[in-house]
Design a protein around this ligand. Structure first.
Ligand code: 5BU
Length: 256
């Protein structure tokens, strides 16, 4: 199995390259889902948990006191702690519309998010629309191939068709939000939500696997939200997830 940094040298997209490289150099495959609703909470999480993660994932539209200073500060913390910013916007419209949603409006996502994601449902035009706004800024796109929620409609055929769309757009698509590895192409990064230290679910359809199960299914980055942010000591908890994710990766690498 290639290491993250070996894979990094093979990728054309600068964000994919940077992410895979930083995961190995920082020894973390943990992404924090910073699902909090105020500026101060996001920045506090980013600063305290920043040293443990490779990516912070935001839902910028849940922040009640959003302003431009939030993204400026987030960018500063991303530099300080060496992590990337992933806005989990899940674009889902025609190319012309998503392009505006990506670069305009209140959030100007293209200006600060290294990584965004999109549903493959609308077909390849969604990639073209996002690429026109993002590629010149060296951004990367993840396609949603499989969702973690119970009853999700993203079946095997849907995931396969999503993979084919990605293969046709290797300059901009850097991988997938998925529950497992979808392709042997080393440049595709598989990112998996629905991770907690024990298997289970929430009351609204979310389903959890452990870091080890996710990494053993071939994923590269584990996304953890409430498992960390609802814990009594989020920093200590983040360290546990970081260790679990990294140990699972090292074990797989050494078995090869
Ligand atoms: P949790 O608190 O660890 O359950 O948060 C999971 C996060 O990942 C949350 O921000 C979701 O919006 C996000 N997510 C997900 O849970 N499942 C998916 O399939 C996708 C995103 Br795509």
């Amino acid at each position: 199995m290639l290491s993250y940094s070996q894979r990094s040298t093979l990728c054309a997209n600068p964000t994919a390259k940077q992410l895979l490289y930083l995961m190995d150099s920082k020894q973390t495959n943990l992404c924090l889902a910073a699902d909090v609703t105020t500026k101060s909470e996001i920045l506090q999480l980013a600063d305290s948990i920043g040293p443990e993660i490779c990516v912070i994932k935001t839902h910028i539209d849940i922040v009640e006191d959003f302003d431009a200073n939030l993204v400026a500060e987030l960018q500063r913390l991303a530099e300080k702690h060496n992590f990337l910013i992933f806005e989990d916007r899940k674009f889902a419209d025609i190319g012309a519309t998503v392009q505006k949603q990506y670069q305009n409006g209140i959030y100007c996502i293209a200006d600060w998010a290294h990584i965004i994601n999109a549903h493959s449902l609308p077909g390849p035009g969604i990639i073209d629309g996002l690429r026109e706004a993002g590629l010149s800024k060296r951004r990367g796109l993840l396609l949603l191939a499989e969702m973690s929620a119970k009853g999700a409609l993203t079946d095997k055929l849907y995931a396969q068709k999503t993979l084919e769309m990605a293969e046709d757009n290797l300059d901009f698509v850097i991988g997938f939000v998925t529950q497992r590895k979808l392709s042997d192409n080393p440049c595709f990064i598989n990112i998996t939500p629905g991770v907690q230290l024990s298997v289970g679910n929430d009351t609204l359809g979310q389903q959890y696997n452990t870091p080890k199960t996710a990494i053993n299914a071939g994923t590269d980055v584990i996304i953890v939200g409430r498992g960390i942010i609802s814990a009594p000591d989020p920093v200590a908890e983040a360290k546990k997830y970081r260790r679990a994710g990294w140990e699972a990766y090292e074990k797989l690498k050494n078995e090869d």
